[in-house]
Design a protein around this ligand. Structure first.
Ligand code: SF4
Length: 363
């Protein structure tokens, strides 16, 4: 057992059996800034900062994810992703909803931006709240309607929209829902003839890998074709537990892809990104997208400039195998969708100039 896990484990005084149970992990999330400050023996000033930031954007960290933190490193990449930071509430110039999702909701929490697919935000709750989340505006909102009504409205809209062939189930984290709720949702979606493909977006393999159980895999397997997208942002998140979770999904016939977010001070260096991509390849998870961090309120301090991202991706393109390369993209509002930040063409342009004589031969 790693020493960090041991300290949380002792503090909460639990058994290994509890530790491996996702319900226990979920129930014992660290949600109070005071408890977090006690765990870290933080001074009064730091406590107040945690409290102020968490009042605006709530705090939740599973004991598992907390156990991955190296507390001797002030800039630990796991800590930066889940600890409230005053910087989140000091910015005022960025929009809360940068992708203007709220204006593309024909029914509550169903985003229909592109003709052939829609995004079902089935919950606002996450096992761990990522401080860089572009939907952090939802964390404190209490649902206006019951879960049943919300899902029924979504199903009704999708059934009446024959152009929708793909449904992306996201949130919040849909894997915070109980199996029976998920199963009912998947069965309902599967019964709509024009819905051909389902996709689940969840960080459970990263922040609460014990959520991937045999029962869940059985449910997901029955709903195929179903793609699973997760979000590893740093190589330290690839652990035996997260590898086991991804492997269970893969063995159930569910392809697992990764969508990282480019985060300043966390994964915006060639070395870190390369280790992340190699690590993903080693656990058979496909690096799919690298998102440029959206200009969402409360996330500004995580953003790097596109030039840095492209420079890093160009290095990676030159050094790594094509199988480990994600597409670096910028998401923008409306139906334009994700714009590829074309590292290849930038790099190729340079190469073309360097090897002009080679290409000239074929003119
Ligand atoms: S799990 Fe996803 S939805 Fe939840 S806080 Fe993290 S990025 Fe946002």
């Amino acid at each position: 057992m790693n020493p960090n896990k041991k300290s949380v484990f002792r503090l909460i005084n639990t058994s290994d059996q509890n530790w491996s149970d996702w319900h226990w992990q979920f129930k014992n999330r660290i949600t109070k800034p005071g408890i977090l400050a006690n765990l870290l023996h933080e001074p009064a000033e730091k406590r107040e900062e945690l409290q102020r930031a968490a009042t605006v954007y709530p705090l939740a960290i599973t004991p598992y994810y907390f156990s991955l933190i190296n507390h001797t490193n002030e800039n630990d990449p796991i800590k930066k992703q889940c600890f409230p930071d005053l910087l989140e509430i000091l910015q005022t110039c960025t929009p809360e909803d940068p992708l203007e999702e709220d204006s593309h909701m024909p029914v509550p929490k169903l985003v229909h931006r592109y003709p052939d697919r829609c995004l079902a935000i089935v919950t606002e709750i996450c096992a761990t709240y990522c401080r860089h989340c572009n939907r952090k505006r939802f964390w404190s909102s209490s649902p206006q309607i019951s879960m049943k009504t919300r899902l029924t409205n979504m199903i009704r809209y999708i059934s009446a929209s024959p152009q929708i062939r793909e449904v992306i189930i996201s949130g919040g984290d849909p894997l915070t829902l109980e199996d029976h709720v998920l199963e009912e949702l998947l069965v309902s979606l599967r019964s709509i003839p024009h819905v051909e493909v389902l996709r689940i977006g969840s960080r459970a393999p990263v922040v609460m890998p014990m959520r991937i159980t045999k029962d869940l895999c059985r449910i997901l397997k029955r709903a195929r074709p179903l793609w699973f997208n997760t979000q590893f942002n740093h190589p330290h998140e690839i652990t035996p537990d997260s590898a086991r979770a991804c492997n269970m999904l893969l063995e159930a016939g569910i392809p697992v892809s990764n969508q990282s977010v480019l985060l300043g001070g966390i994964n915006d260096s060639t070395e870190v990104m390369k280790n992340l991509l190699y690590g993903l390849q080693n656990i058979s998870v496909r690096p799919y997208y690298l998102f440029h961090c959206d200009p969402a309120k409360g996330c500004e301090h995580f953003r790097t400039d596109v030039k840095t991202g492209m420079g890093m991706m160009e290095n990676i393109w030159r050094q790594c195998s094509g199988l480990s390369l994600p597409q670096y993209v910028l998401d923008v509002p409306g139906s334009t969708g994700k714009i590829p930040l074309n590292v290849m063409s930038r790099a190729i342009k340079k190469d073309l100039q360097k090897h002009q004589h080679f290409f000239d031969k074929f003119k």
